[in-house]
Design a protein around this ligand. Structure first.
Ligand SMILES: Cc1ncc(COP(=O)(O)O)c(C=O)c1O
Length: 443
């Protein structure tokens, strides 16, 4: 889906002629050629400003090119760019390894402190998490949830079920993966999150009765809120129920917080809303404000099962990315971005709910979200048949009005609003007004 905004100037036309070499595998939302970014805004080479409520798919939590992050990157790049993890240590890496574990969403245990492994992308970190769970338990199976998205490598495709385009035509994939339904209140519970949760837990019981023994399961792999799968917020009891089952059977609970983490939902990590402790926490996206970095955290008693040489990678824990990650943490703390995400998220959800209701569009099935992770789902009123055509119209109308949004959901039936954590009340109101305007034209 490529949406076209304002007619391009000569400079844009000249640059767009160079795009023939770009692999078509990149599905594309817009043909904007961007020159710079600041806070919640992107500016094209034509000088047109766009309110970027896509955040580069949930990455630019501190805003585009935050001056403190940019300065940290420049300073580190001038000192050393690549100081390889197997060969030497570097200062930003060591400092990050000391600092991040304090953010692990569970009470500290001095007898078993938290360890950190760094890599480059979300998918790579998921690979690490699953390998660690297998190494620690010496068990072969992973149980994942329908609608989940965990990446595009062969291993992570096998764990993904958010849409057939991700994994179709790529079989055979990694074996030993079983899926159960995610507790989606709209589609599994008829609107009730408790009913949806009950169905999911019954499906796990059935899985253990029919397909695999629980003591062969290394891990439950779960997003605390479905991301690509549609910004579905489950019952807060979901992760607690998984935790209890994991404890009962010696299974590891892997929380994929690639999209929900780093303040996005109004908590540093979304598992904090639930009170459930993950065994392995997966982070990426917002971790270094756009520099490639990802990581997993786990108790040392688990992490130590990753013995020397059994996992790794050339670029993991890159020095410039680590410097960006430290500056990102400084900005998040000093600018109180997690609290801002909660506050702005409440304003956003209230605004979107009001805009949806005043549009009187019967095809708006649900407005939902937590913090700065909100979605509007389009479906036919009685059958819940997805309406991706309306998603497309909302995205196009928003783009015409210089607002960047994204789609999500298996059928692209939902529009997601995923802004930087630095966003302001005025920007939220502007976006809500724009979305309301477009929704009114769809009614
Ligand atoms: C929840 C989740 N896990 C994993 C990934 C994969 O991350 P990456 O694209 O950095 O490989 C994503 C990416 O969108 C994600 O949302």
């Amino acid at each position: 889906m490529t949406l076209t905004a304002a007619p391009p100037t000569t400079d844009t036309q000249r640059l767009l002629k160079l795009r023939d070499g770009v692999a078509p595998v990149w599905s594309r939302y817009t043909d904007l050629v961007v020159e710079r970014g600041e806070g919640s805004w992107l500016t094209t080479i034509d000088g047109t400003r766009y309110l970027d409520y896509s955040s580069g798919i949930g990455v630019t939590n501190t805003g585009h090119s935050h001056p403190r992050v940019a300065a940290a990157i420049a300073q580190q790049a001038a000192k050393v760019i690549h100081a390889q993890q197997n060969i030497v240590y570097h200062q930003p890496g060591l400092e990050l390894h000391a600092r991040l574990p304090h953010l692990f969403p569970a009470p500290a245990d001095p007898a078993d402190p938290i360890g950190l492994f760094l890599s480059n992308s979300g998918a790579e970190a998921i690979e690490a998490a699953v390998k660690l769970a297998k190494a620690a338990t010496r068990r072969p199976i992973v149980v994942a949830f329908r609608g989940g998205f965990h990446g595009r490598t062969h291993g992570t495709m096998a764990l993904t079920s958010s849409g057939v385009r991700i994994r179709g035509h790529y079989e055979p994939l990694m074996g030993g993966v079983h899926f159960v339904p995610f507790p989606d209140p709209l589609r599994q519970g008829g609107g009730s999150s408790a009913a949806a949760l009950e169905k999911t837990m019954a499906a796990i019981d059935e899985l253990f009765a029919t397909m695999c023994y629980p003591d062969d399961v290394a891990a439950f792999l779960v997003e605390p809120i479905l991301g690509e799968g549609g910004y579905v917020v489950p019952d807060d009891g979901f992760l607690r129920a998984l935790r209890a089952l994991a404890d009962q059977h010696g299974i590891m609970l892997i929380a994929d917080e690639v999209q929900t983490g780093y303040g996005r939902t109004g908590r540093m990590f979304a598992t904090e809303w639930t009170g459930a402790r993950p065994d392995i926490l997966v982070m990426a996206k917002g971790i270094a404000s756009g520099m490639p970095l990802s990581g997993i955290m786990a108790r040392r008693s688990v992490m130590d099962k990753f013995t020397a040489g059994t996992h790794g990678g050339t670029y993991g824990g890159n020095a410039v990315s680590c410097a960006a990650a430290l500056a990102t943490l400084d900005v998040i703390e000093d600018e109180h971005l997690v609290a801002n995400a909660e506050k702005m998220g409440q304003r956003l959800l209230a605004g979107l709910t009001a805009a949806a209701s005043s549009s009187r569009n019967p095809n708006i099935a649900q407005v939902r979200g937590r913090g700065l992770m909100a979605a509007i789902e389009f479906a036919e009123p009685d059958t819940l048949k997805p309406r991706p055509d309306l998603t497309k119209k909302l995205l196009a109308g928003a783009l015409e009005r210089h607002l960047l949004l994204l789609s999500c959901g298996t059928y692209s039936q939902a529009v997601r609003v995923i802004q930087p954590l630095v966003t302001t009340e005025a920007e939220i109101d502007q976006a809500v007004e724009t979305i309301g305007e477009v929704l009114a034209t769809l009614a």
